[in-house]
Design a protein around this ligand. Sequence first.
Ligand code: FES
Ligand SMILES: [Fe+2]
Length: 374
Amino acid sequence: MTVGIKAALAGDLAATCRPFPEARTLPAAVFTAPEVLATEQAGLFGQTWLCVGREADIPAAGDFFTREIAGDSVIVLRGADHQVRAFFNVCRHRGSRLIDQPSGQGLNRILCPYHAWSYRLDGSVAQIPGSGDRESLGLVPVNLATRASFIFVNLHTPPAPLDDLPDLARFRLPELRCGWRHTYEVQANWKLICENYSECYHCPGAHPQLARLSDLISRSSRPMETGQGFNGGPMQLKDGIETMSLSGKRSVPVIPGLSADDHRYVYYYVIYPNLLLSPHPDYVLTHTAWPLAPDRTRVVCELLFTQEALARPGFDPTDMADFWDLTNRQDWALCERAQLGAGSRGYRPGPYQSAEDCVHTFDRWYAERLAALL
Ligand code: FES
Ligand SMILES: [Fe+2]
């Protein structure tokens, strides 16, 4: 990044960090410049805790998945001792990529395709063909932690402490299982997706189906919740509406133990940088956003249900999945429009509106971090 770009960015990021009434939205370069993405990959995605999945994604010994993170590849697996571990997907001999598949089961050794070194699931060397050497170093571990059964990894050693998630124990997250998953590729910067998720100012025009279900102004009736690593807030369901679904009705029971109050609200949290977590009375919606390019993001969306709901004869997530698929696509179209504008010579950072306090909180978190990396 040139000195000129850094200086201009620093001034614009300072404007985003001002108190809410005077703050300005993020500058165009953070949505468009390859140098900014490279800085984010090195200093943000490469150094912070990132949600890569859930423990329930790899329930049995030998289950695994791989994730592309900040230009790297990471293997997350469950070992023979049932421990979940993460390793760089790199052979200790001459550096070959080890596993190509995005996920799989039944792994009992990791076999390098190049010269057939093999590794146990705890990362230790199992066999080196043609050598009696048993002392060679094992796979390089990646820092891993779990919170509410979400698996977080941090590529940087030593890692910073993992910030707390919002207090959502009542939603029984560790007990929930995925009942629907869809992966999208959005032609927009990852932060536009987080910003869009953080406000419902756009909802009356963009989401007629959502506007029928949810009281769009109720978010201001309860304060935003913020923590070091997250922000978010509730939106109230309209009278007679039971959950977010095309019909507005629940097709699975509520999550056991929730209060009558929780039956009337849907919560939307951004867990920085890239996990979007939304508890509903009867299921939990998650998104994770992974930058592919300044103007391209992969978004994985899941609906999590109680195991009782999933086991019911005729379990069918369609009413909820179709609603969120429709809403997602409406949102992606808006994010893509914002991306087009960010690429224009006519783009100027704008003011935040009162319903965009969570956007400002996210942007300020980001701007402070990027400024520290310049
Ligand atoms: S690079 Fe893996 S065994 Fe040689
Ligand atoms: Fe939206």
